[in-house]
Design a protein around this ligand. Structure first.
Ligand code: COA
Length: 431
């Protein structure tokens, strides 16, 4: 009869070990029993950048990178983007099910009751230089929320956790809008809780002297769709940071700030800003072929292309491309779109990109829409961080409630010196 699991023979000892399968994986700790003797630590796996290591069980987001599938809690991203609001999706990520009318109303009430920032947080923001990068201000200010809510440290209390979740989802748009207005020297606009999540964000960004700010409904809906698309993406770099920092039982404000810091890098959420810089550098459609040749010759990467998981068209990029058309009907076309389309066309036909399965990712088109809507590139990653906060919190909540999780702490392969003696300063020679 066929056995389940692996039979491993250690050629050093001729010992045979049975390693059972666990949901299509093997448990790395099962390898520890493979030893050459009692003093041997046991076998470990070596996996820099977690290329082939599952760090958790998760029921939140499913990605099939080869087929270009993304689902939250089983629902395809395309259907969520078509039928739901961002706050419904945030509820789905955190609660596991879509809300009914009554549940949604309570959820929205809870979030909107926490959109205000403490005045001390406002003053904290005022301390930044006028030209501070919005993402750096965002990260610092989210961390600073911990100073206002010290009870957030009680991470084993479900009710306390829930309150911080409302606070974070409620306050991140306010912080984001304040970072924007800070740079311009405009007075901060307080949240308007009559408005939906995206409308209120636009209100806090762009309200000037008018009594009530009315966002263009097409642009507000487009932003809400972008928020849905960015809400979660399973164990990406920043989600992993959220879980890792959270695993030490740090409070969710500093854990979210750490996750946002991970997002800010150009290989993660910072890529959308880099795409716009790249398009500006290319300058015109006719210079695209030469630029692609440069990339192939090793001069940098084509930003907004490629993904650790997707080896097919990123489904979010497809929805963004469709959403862009509706946005451009209101704002007029962003001329950079032509350069982006040409880049995509040439790259998708090119052997270099085909062979490596490099397709446009979510960041390739998002910046072009954001710019058409009036955002500067330095705000793009902040726009990513707002909805991703819901995903980070869902990942954190799942991690805190998982009895198998402990403080995250990888092993290493030590490659340094053996023990050696300290040479007194007078006897040390220059190296
Ligand atoms: N442009 C050109 N070549 C690229 C590329 C890009 N955007 N992304 C990957 N490659 C190449 C690599 O150079 C490598 O080529 P090689 O096999 O000849 O060495 C191969 O494709 C595999 O890439 P690798 O770096 O191993 O993939 P990864 O899974 O570690 O990286 C990303 C994934 C996202 C970090 C990477 O594709 C990238 O840097 N993309 C640009 C930044 C970006 O858009 N990030 C947003 C992600 S949502």
């Amino acid at each position: 009869m066929k056995k389940d699991g692996l039979t491993i023979v250690d050629n050093r000892t001729d010992e045979t070990y049975e390693v059972p399968f666990h949901k299509g994986t093997i448990r790395a700790m099962d390898l520890r029993k493979i030893k050459t003797g009692p003093d041997d630590f046991g076998l470990m796996t070596y996996d820099p950048a977690f290329m082939n290591t599952a760090s958790c069980h998760s029921a939140i987001t499913y990605i099939d990178g080869d087929k270009g599938i993304l689902r939250y809690r089983g629902y395809p991203i395309e259907q969520l983007a078509e039928h739901c609001t961002f706050l419904e999706v945030a509820y789905l990520l955190l609660e596991g099910e879509l809300p009914n009318q009554a549940q949604l109303k309570t959820w929205i009430d809870n979030i909107t009751h926490h959109t205000m920032l403490h005045e001390s947080t406002k003053h904290f923001l005022e301390g930044f230089r006028y030209d501070a990068h919005p993402m750096a201000m965002f990260i610092s200010t989210v961390a600073a929320l911990a100073t206002n809510y010290p009870e957030a440290r009680h991470v084993h209390d479900a009710e306390t956790r829930r309150l911080q979740i409302y606070r974070l989802i409620g306050k991140v748009p306010t912080i984001a809008a304040y970072t924007y207005r800070h740079g311009l020297g405009f007075p901060y606009v307080y949240p308007d809780n009559d408005l939906g999540y995206s409308e209120n964000f636009l209100n806090m960004l762009w309200k000037m002297a008018e009594a009530k700010y009315q966002a263009n409904p097409v642009l507000a809906r487009a932003l809400d769709i972008l928020f849905i698309l960015h809400a979660d993406h399973e164990q990406n770099c920043s989600a992993n940071v959220m879980r890792s920092v959270g695993s030490s039982q740090a409070d969710p404000f500093v854990a979210t700030a750490a996750a946002a810091a991970a997002l800010s890098g150009p290989l993660h959420g910072g890529a959308n800003e880099e795409v716009l810089k790249m398009i500006d550098e290319i300058g015109s459609k006719d210079r695209v072929p030469a630029y692609i040749e440069g990339i192939k010759a090793g001069k940098g990467k084509l930003m907004g292309f490629g993904h650790r998981v997707y080896k097919n068209y990123d489904p979010r990029a497809r929805i963004i491309k469709e959403t862009a058309e509706r946005v451009f009907e209101i704002t007029g076309k962003n001329p950079k779109l032509d350069i982006a389309l040409e880049l995509e066309r040439i790259a998708l036909e090119d052997e270099y990109f085909i062979k490596r399965k490099l397709y446009p990712n979510v960041d390739f088109y998002s910046g072009i829409i954001y710019q058409a809507m009036g955002f500067n590139p330095d705000m793009f990653t902040v726009l990513f961080a707002i909805p991703r906060t819901a995903g980070w919190l869902a990942q954190w909540e799942e991690m805190v409630s998982d009895p198998e999780q402990k403080i995250a702490r990888p092993r290493q392969i030590y490659t340094g010196h053996e023990e050696r003696k300290v040479v007194p300063m007078a006897e040390r020679e220059a190296k």
